[in-house]
Design a protein around this ligand. Structure first.
Ligand code: GDP
Ligand code: MG
Length: 294
């Protein structure tokens, strides 16, 4: 992989202001525990974050996530600054009673909207920091034969609050054929249950944009995460070792990891931010104003 994530090429960076001030993006991961959320976000960004010229720690020793944990890093590419925050959440599904397991996630999102609203109404509106969650990756169990009732409920609790992108976790545990079938099943269940997910669709030029057409066919992204470097054909790659070979995280033929990262960082980052501002935040603001009025 090249060392750069590629955000310095984003079209909206034509604005001199965004180049100078940099821009902010927050990504959250949620889903059952043990599905590889912490591993994936490290694979996505964190190992690059720290300019990781050295290899990651041997093996994978990620401690179980016990509380909502936000990590912010400033990355700079060709003079363009990106302040990226990754919000890791504790998994659910272990507890006997999973009722309201989404509440901390909802509270977190609302808290950030509240903070933004306060800043916006304050005196110094020019330099507001944006900590709102712009995208939420929802991890689906690859062995669950589709969505579980808890997934359906969780996503419904979240879908008016944040952009949800569903992902099939640990895709290396399924065959390509199984992945294809599971994607169709999940998308049907999402539709049947009236769950709103982010598909990168816009009202206007939907049909003209080749990126978007492809996205719709890919979602839910089938992902594989790993922080282990393995040697394949003389190159060091992140992957998972099996008796029959290596599943490479960043190989497009092996999983959708690269497509997901490209979408988040290159093609849809601004749209995710716009949708958060124009739809989710606006909903929040309206609700808040209505509560406030007598
Ligand atoms: P979390 O609870 O969702 O944050 O899951 P973790 O990232 O802590 O991972 C739980 C376990 O699954 C660890 O042993 C990881 O090494 C393993 N794991 C993570 N990602 C993958 C993956 O894509 N495929 C497979 N097979 N295992 C994974
Ligand atoms: Mg975790």
């Amino acid at each position: 992989m090249s060392d750069q994530l590629g955000f310095h090429n984003l079209p909206f960076l034509a604005h001199r202001k965004s180049v100078k001030r940099g821009f902010e993006f927050t990504l959250m991961v949620v889903g059952e525990s043990g599905l590889g959320k912490s591993t994936l976000i490290q694979s996505l960004f964190l190992t690059n974050f720290f300019g990781n010229k050295t290899s990651p720690p041997a093996g994978e020793r990620i401690a179980q996530t016990v509380s909502i944990d936000a990590t912010t890093v400033d990355i700079e590419e060709k003079g363009v600054k990106l302040r990226l925050t990754v919000v890791d959440t504790p998994g659910f599904g272990d507890a006997v009673n999973n009722e309201l397991c989404w509440q901390p996630v909802i509270d977190y999102c609302n808290e950030k909207y509240d903070q933004y609203l306060r800043d916006e109404s304050g005196l110094n509106r020019r330099n507001i920091e944006d900590h709102r969650v712009h995208c939420c990756l929802y991890f689906i169990n690859p062995l669950g034969h589709g969505l579980k009732p808890l997934d359906i409920e969780f996503m419904k609790q979240l879908h008016n609050l944040v952009n949800i992108i569903p992902v099939i976790a640990k895709a290396d545990t399924l065959t390509p054929k199984e992945i294809k079938a599971l994607k169709i099943k999940i998308m049907n269940e999402i539709q049947e249950n009236g769950i709103k997910i982010y598909t990168g669709e816009t009202d206007d030029d939907e049909d003209d944009n080749p990126d978007i057409k492809e996205l719709k066919e890919i979602i839910p992204f089938a992902v594989v995460g790993s922080n282990t470097l393995l040697e394949v054909n003389g190159k060091r790659v992140r992957g998972r070792l099996y008796p029959w070979g290596v599943v490479e995280v960043e190989n497009k033929d092996h999983c959708d990891f690269v497509k997901l990262r490209t979408m988040l960082i290159r093609t849809h980052m601004q749209d995710l931010k716009d949708y958060t501002q124009d739809v989710h935040y606006e909903n929040f603001r309206k609700k808040k104003l209505m509560q406030g009025s007598p």
